[in-house]
Design a protein around this ligand. Structure first.
Ligand code: ZN
Length: 467
């Protein structure tokens, strides 16, 4: 008896996050019999998005066969413990460096979620009693066990006979864009794309031909070109000159290391005075160790000239703070200094208590060095808020606020178009994600005009056919 072949169900892609917003990257690839989630990130920022972290997904996590993570940042990896708590038990493919950094990020995220719930319960300002963490350390540990390392540029076959290749994205250590072969259709998911000028990492690899592209657009309407170190150097000189504290909220992974390199260089060029530089983020210290060991082992993602001897990231008076008491002593440093602390958008972590103490004085300066998602305290500061709410209290903002994109780990719009133009032929469709709506539309417009691409800005939860 000959079997009648089943008609092939078209493969589809559903945008479960990062659609017309920057955070919450989650793209569900469904081939009819297999479901793969590319990135598994948390929403951050505005309440309307954050609330979605708590809502059930439109797919049963137990029915997801595999996850692919492009890199370790929370908005790409931070939902994994929740997916696991709700039944996901498959492999989560990522590069070995991403596995190491994701373990650090998820442990920290679980710890902060537990701490937030405790704070809210102790202060009684939660709308829920008792306030529960989104997930706990146990969930994070289970998620970490599922991380399945795959080297850059090593093709593997994952559930559903899907071919996967992780290619270097030059955004942070371990970062990758994913090329997936689904029954003859090639899907490229950019993750976050680095800029060619990263001081440690090689620029993103050139993309292979793809039929469907999912591309980020964080800076889809912006250029970094006019930015240089002088904005930071000038802010530091001005602040120290009036006896103040320079507070730099910084992403723990990658950005803290890059900023330390910049501070060490500005000091050696005598463009800023030698003052104590405190790094107050246990997660940043752990990430720093991963970076150092990658440099020691000549990780192929790094620029070949980068060695530990040539990488000066220690300003003369560097102090790495790990214990909580040391951190608390910094609330009143008593002398001009520079404090680098996480999180980078002031959504949580030790930077909150530094802000609480430093924002009320006009002698001090807060320097924002990364993209600030709408709805975060970092964005409010950027937009000139006169108060920000921290741990239930309104804190007056009298400190100067300075922003620079000179140390961004994202490609700007021209760099993104240039990277995509490396694809030999236009894809059938490009979906522009991971950007605020204006930025996503701006990049889609450039792709249509300059490359003649069919570029679309998908809606949250929209489902499209890819084969
Ligand atoms: Zn990222």
């Amino acid at each position: 008896m000959s079997s009648v072949p089943r008609p092939a169900v078209p493969a589809s892609l559903t945008f479960l996050g990062a659609a017309r917003t920057v955070t919450g990257s989650k793209f569900l690839l469904d081939t009819g019999d297999t479901r793969v989630m590319v990135d598994c990130g948390l929403f951050q920022g505005e309440r309307v998005w954050r609330r979605r972290n708590w809502e059930p997904l439109s797919v049963d996590p137990a029915k997801v066969d595999a996850v692919v993570l492009t890199h370790a940042h929370l908005d790409h990896s931070g939902y994994l413990p929740l997916l696991v708590r709700n039944g996901f038990a498959g492999p989560a493919y990522c590069t070995p460096e991403t596995a190491e950094l994701t373990a650090i990020v998820l442990r920290d995220a679980a710890h902060l979620a537990e701490e937030d719930a405790e704070h809210a319960n102790a202060g009684g300002w939660s709308k829920h009693t008792p306030a529960l963490p989104l997930y706990d350390s146990g969930d994070a540990e289970k998620a970490i066990e599922l991380l399945t390392p795959v080297d850059h540029d090593s093709p593997v076959t994952i559930p559903g006979e899907i071919g996967l290749q992780l290619r270097s994205a030059g955004h942070i250590l371990g970062s990758a864009f994913a090329e997936l072969d689904v029954r003859g259709t090639r899907l490229l998911v950019s993750g976050d794309l680095g800029r060619p000028g990263h001081p440690l990492l090689l620029p993103p690899a050139a993309p292979h031909q793809a039929d469907v592209v999912v591309v980020e657009s964080t800076y889809g309407d912006r250029l970094h070109e006019a930015e240089d170190d002088e904005v930071l150097a000038d802010a530091i000189r001005r602040t120290l000159g009036r006896g103040g504290v320079v507070l730099m909220p910084a992403f723990a992974v990658d950005r803290t290391f890059v900023l330390l390199m910049v501070l060490a260089r500005l000091e050696s060029e005598r463009r800023i005075p030698s003052v104590p530089v405190y790094v107050d983020s246990p997660m940043a210290l752990r990430a720093l160790e991963v970076y150092k060991s990658a440099i020691r082992e000549h990780d192929p993602q790094l620029r070949p000239e980068v060695t530990l001897a040539s990488t000066e990231y220690r300003p003369t008076h560097l102090k790495l703070m790990s214990r909580r008491e040391e951190s608390e002593r910094l609330n009143r440093p008593g002398k001009p200094c520079i404090v680098v602390s996480a999180s980078g958008m002031a959504t949580g972590g030790r930077v909150l208590h530094h802000l609480k103490y430093q924002l009320p004085s006009s002698r001090n300066t807060v320097v924002l060095t990364g993209f600030q998602v709408p709805g975060t305290r970092g964005r409010s500061l950027l937009e000139g808020a006169s108060q920000v709410k921290i741990h239930g209290k309104y804190i007056p903002v009298r400190a100067e606020v300075v922003a620079t994109h000179a140390y961004s780990a994202h490609a700007d719009v021209t760099q993104m178009v240039a990277w995509l133009s490396g694809m030999p032929e236009p894809p059938e469709t490009a979906y522009v994600v991971h950007g605020e709506e204006d930025a996503a539309r701006a990049l889609a417009g450039r792709l249509a005009e300059e490359l003649g691409w069919n570029a679309v800005v998908p809606r949250y939860l929209e489902r499209v056919r890819i084969s």
